[in-house]
Ligand binder design. Structure first.
Ligand SMILES: Nc1ncnc2c1ncn2[C@@H]1O[C@H](COP(=O)(O)OP(=O)(O)OP(=O)(O)O)[C@@H](O)[C@H]1O
Ligand SMILES: [Mg+2]
Length: 273
């Protein structure tokens, strides 16, 4: 299993030479997860990179969302979950006893399949977490952070004259960009996205994909998608999961054009899933 797409020192990966090799942001080692008796993730080893988009693909129920939630300890919110193994972010295992899960979720933000703005104004959706975490105080600095986050999320021009209107009054695609603005307002390092465009029309999808390509300049992005074309368009690396196993992980071109495993090939050619 190729668990590190950049583990051969002299090879060229995705047009990168070894000198330009990506910086590791997250190191996952021997990660196992159990929902009660259901052993949902099996011994996952994987490195995830800064300034890259990594796509997680695989049939329904293979563990993509489960894996994603391990990266910010969101699974702990589910009763009966047991997680084993290491998820090391910037050298520190986020499952260590002295790590506070709220601080992890601030550094590792998440965007969900269904846009889920708070029942608050557009402004409050973006300012809520930074105010709560004490990143800013009310006033001009907060206004500036709201503007900056909405600008980065590509939504500012569409909402700047109606910041006091409810977030839920926006279109689905705008709501998803609002949720992205809300996520980046706390200045995370990593953004997790679980099928962020599956509820959106093609135009909104294109906007989110363009946004993802912009955002990777600042963040490590890990996204789940059932849309192979989307993985091809945005992802630097792609990981194929099947029944709780990480089957293959490599640069996206390899996964789609020259996969090393029969299971991967069967999946991407549409034989199952
Ligand atoms: N909250 C939960 N409680 C118990 N079991 C769960 C829970 N969430 C997921 N599972 C189980 O874990 C396994 C992996 O599910 P997961 O949701 O991670 O799959 P997925 O790859 O994201 O699927 P999909 O593409 O349908 O979203 C499945 O067997 C599922 O039934
Ligand atoms: Mg899922």
């Amino acid at each position: 299993m190729t668990n590190n797409p950049d583990n051969s020192s002299n090879s060229t990966i995705n047009g990168l030479t070894s000198q330009e090799s990506p910086a590791t942001k997250i190191t996952v080692r021997k990660l196992n997860l159990y929902y009660g008796d259901n052993h949902a993730l099996h011994n996952i080893d994987m490195d995830l990179y800064k300034n890259k988009i990594t796509a997680l693909i695989g049939p329904s129920g293979c563990g993509k969302s489960t894996f994603l939630r391990c990266l910010n300890r969101m699974n702990e919110l589910i009763n009966g979950v047991k997680v084993d193994g290491d998820v090391i972010i910037d050298g520190k295992n986020i499952y260590d006893k002295d790590v506070d899960e709220v601080s992890v979720r601030k550094r590792v933000g998440m965007v969900f399949q269904q846009p889920n703005p708070f029942p608050k104004s557009i402004y409050d959706n973006v300012s809520y977490a930074p105010l709560k975490h004490g990143i800013v105080k009310k006033g001009q600095i907060c206004d500036e952070l709201v503007e900056k986050s909405l600008l980065q999320a590509g939504l500012w021009d569409e909402v700047k004259d109606k910041l006091t209107q409810p977030g839920t009054s926006l279109s689905g695609g705008q709501q998803q960009r609002l949720c992205i603005a809300r996520t980046i307002a706390v200045e995370p390092d990593v953004i997790l996205m679980d099928e962020p465009t599956s509820a959106l029309d093609p135009l909104s999808t294109e906007k989110i994909e363009t946004l993802m390509l912009d955002l990777k300049e600042k963040y490590a992005i890990i996204t789940v998608t059932h849309n192979m074309q989307q993985a091809g368009r945005v992802a630097d690396y792609t990981a194929f999961f099947h029944m709780g196993d990480l089957i293959e992980y490599a640069d996206t071109e390899t996964i789609f054009i020259n996969p090393g495993k029969k299971k991967t090939e069967d999946y991407i050619t549409g034989r199952y899933g």
